[in-house]
Design a protein around this ligand. Sequence first.
Ligand code: AMP
Length: 363
Amino acid sequence: MAIAAPEQLNISEVPTWGSRGVDCFEKLEQIGEGTYGQVYMAREIKTGEIVALKKIRMDNEREGFPITAIREIKILKKLHHENVIKLKEIVTSPGPEKDEQGPLDGNKYRGGIYMVFEYMDHDLTGLADRPGMRFSVAQIKCYMRQLLTGLHYCHVNQVLHRDIKGSNLLIDNEGNLKLADFGLARSFSSDHNANLTNRVITLWYRPPELLLGTTKYGPAVDMWSVGCIFAELLHGKPIFPGKDEPEQLNKIFELCGPPNEDIWPGVSKIPWYNNLKPSKPMKRRLREVYRHFDRHALDLLDKMLTLDPSQRISAKDALDAEYFWTDPLPCDPKRFKSLNPFCVILYSKAVILFWVMKKSFLN
Ligand code: AMP
């Protein structure tokens, strides 16, 4: 992992950032394992507020501070939106902690640095995987609208997320959805002329242009991932669960058809096109495979899972899609109490009890 010189960190830009110690918080339990370390649920001792503490792992860094963490901090400091996770502050611990392993060295950040986030109760994958959990159409629209609103905000601010997937979409018990984990995010320029890292985005959500080896890309890469999430919410499971890059591309081509110069001008110039283009004839089958989906949902999905990134729908245009403006309308997160899995279970039990009682009464 790349590192940065200490002066690049600049965590003191905002006076309070980095000046408080982690001992202002009481760690309650570990809730996750991120790219650079553990994530804890914690309580701020002074206010009682529950937060998420994300520890920045230093054991792989011989000196300096991980550049990915600097990117995440810099990007999150400039993003302020209700659908983007809020980075509240950075806190430090002065020396090695009880849970810290490995020899001490010259790294001045060895003690431990934590990012303090607002706490969110669930992530979309965890929620969708709960037994008996089935989202209503209004709930799916509500999540999709929030996802697109947050992403549109990032794209307008020239930030690519580059790791949109269910486990990075955090949800609270009120139904508010926020984009999280900006560890792979980066700023982009609108001309898309810069060469960017090709190996980004978790395989199942990675778009065909990246799988074919392009290094020039823009916001459309995130929109492909959004299409995969949308299909997953409607279908009930991931739609492109590839084991490796060639299998991933094959799964995409089987559903979305083969790429060629007619539907995707310029595709033959992408580095690995000649090696990875499909060897057998195929056709686009998306509308046939998902013909049981609602018409407006299918129209939108078709536009998101468009092979040519320049023709793929943007977050802004997706928000204008008929899908979001036809019944049932997206539900209001403020009236989303039914999302709470506990309420869903209680409600299902009440319905079953009602039927059992009705049946025994009729007998
Ligand atoms: P990340 O490195 O941001 O992907 O975090 C790893 C895991 O920690 C996530 O998949 C979540 O389960 C959990 N997590 C991260 N941030 C938060 C948060 N703000 N609130 C609650 N859980 C979180």
